[in-house]
Design a protein around this ligand. Structure first.
Ligand code: COA
Length: 122
């Protein structure tokens, strides 16, 4: 939307990052079966600008699961016009930490880990 653009008419990078953060947090929370907090954002690349009216989709993929953390590759694709080939506009690696209701880190249980491994192997 126009309110999300900078003075050049491109969508703010920060707005895109917030959508990626939301998408990643949804995946991390479903995976870890509880609340998660973003601890780091790395390797962010903005490949092409996003314009007003573009329709973007966020795709998340778990790269690594630690004791309390989940590292995730998040890509954003522009698929505004079905006659056009979708293009990758942004990618980054986000890390989320599983936290409890007090916001303190919590272990990702063996049961959750096994579920993930079974999913990855299928
Ligand atoms: C999330 C939080 C509870 C973690 O507590 P912490 O004591 O700092 O945690 P640790 O240093 O032990 O790290 C926890 C995990 O994150 C990983 N981690 C820490 N810093 C990291 C970094 N910069 N990049 C990637 N992973 C990182 C650690 O390797 C560890 O992983 P593991 O348990 O799977 O081995 C705490 O850092 C916090 O509350 N941060 C603020 C989160 C937040 O508000 N996010 C929203 C952005 S405004």
């Amino acid at each position: 939307m126009p309110a999300d653009t900078n003075w050049s008419g491109d969508v703010f990078g920060g707005w895109i990052v917030s959508q990626m953060d939301l998408a990643g947090a949804i995946h991390a929370e479903r995976f870890s079966q509880g609340r998660c907090a973003t601890i780091s954002i790395n390797q962010m690349t903005f490949l092409v600008p996003v314009k007003v009216g573009d329709v973007i989709s966020c795709y998340t993929r778990i790269l690594k699961v630690g004791n309390t953390s989940i590292q995730m590759q998040i890509e954003v694709w522009d698929s505004h016009d079905s006659s056009r080939i979708p293009k990758r506009v942004t990618a980054g690696v986000f890390t989320f930490v599983a936290v409890d209701v007090k916001g303190e880190k919590r272990q990702i249980t063996e049961e959750v880990r096994q579920k993930y491994l079974a999913y990855e192997g299928s």
